[in-house]
Design a protein around this ligand. Sequence first.
Ligand code: MN
Length: 424
Amino acid sequence: MNKANDPSLKSWIEVKKDSDFPIQNIPFGIFKTANLSPRVSTRIGDQVIDLNALFILGYLDNLPFKQGDFDTDTLNRMMKKGKTAVSDLRNRLSKLFQSDQNDLSGNAHHVEQVLFDAHKVEMCMPVEVGDYTDFYSSRQHATNVGTMFRDPDNALLPNWLHIPVGYHGRSSSIIPTGQTIKRPKGQQKPNEDEGPVFGPCKLLDFELEMAFVTFDGKPLGESISTKEAKDYIFGMCIMNDWSARDIQKWEYVPLGPFLAKSFASSVSPWIVTMEALEPFSIEGPEQDPEVLPYLNYEGKHHYDIDLEVGIIPENGEETTVCNSNYRYMYWNMVQQLAHHSVNGCNIRCGDMMASGTISGPERESFGSMLELSWKGTNPVKLKDGSERKFLQDKDTVVMRGHCEKNGVRIGFGEVETKILPADS
Ligand code: MN
């Protein structure tokens, strides 16, 4: 077991029982304040920890990092140092903040420069994403969509059980929690017998997903095997992969999603390392038919991560509309990465790969409004008495996720996004 994952560890920073950020987490993110430029940080309890300040004060000596790796507005430079370096950094941070250590805790002047109230800082986009890929790896989601739009008897397309299906998305519009989105405009074709129309999307939807971020991969022309894949994955965050269903329906044949997806994808601010998630790994589903040899894998690469989605109407209270779990993935991350690179496509530091909408077997666990309202035929009721088939202007969508085992709760924080009306 990694030392930083020891369930018995306690921090000298207070951690409430339901916190996503005990000392066993040590995620990485970027924060700024009115007075401080964006910089690398971690979080314990409700305290955001400035790694740039820690470096300057000498607490990160004898690790393979320079100040520029922390005094920067993305995690990329730190990630460039690779898995072992980041693991050593996480262990150093764990040690510094353990309750029996007083190197830092005994120096009030230093503590003051390093700790910031999480409610008083602004969290930024954690990673400069080079390429963004979106998979389609939840069997229930693919089955639901196939049932609604094609044929309930042949809901899965013939390739689905053989290939981790995916498409290349747009990285420029990936945004952090807190940043609003505008309802997108585009072409739609609401009536079979009439031509297309242009205007604000009417069927705006969220997609509950998780995404992983990569370290540097291999050069162009080389592949990453399922056996190697774990060494190339830095960590995970929650993603709301916004979708305009009416635009999507009209544009997606024959080349797949385009403007219906590229207007925004929102992510949670902390990247939780694969190392911190290790205790929560579980067996995946049996894959039948048997996959081709390059997609075979050994070990546990699925994860038990509880996920939830809430909708907050303007001036209203939140209604939980979905409870799902990352365990519902059919294809896991090592299969996705092996498939992505099997043709020699090079993976770079900071690439982001999302899971696809994560839906479980029950209606309550469906990860999009499209499925929850079953194409708008079965509206979702909110606590204020209103109903939603899809999302309305000024709705706020919140997604959260955490794992829990042996008294340790590791979470991701939340990704919260308000929808503004389309430009007139
Ligand atoms: Mn998606």
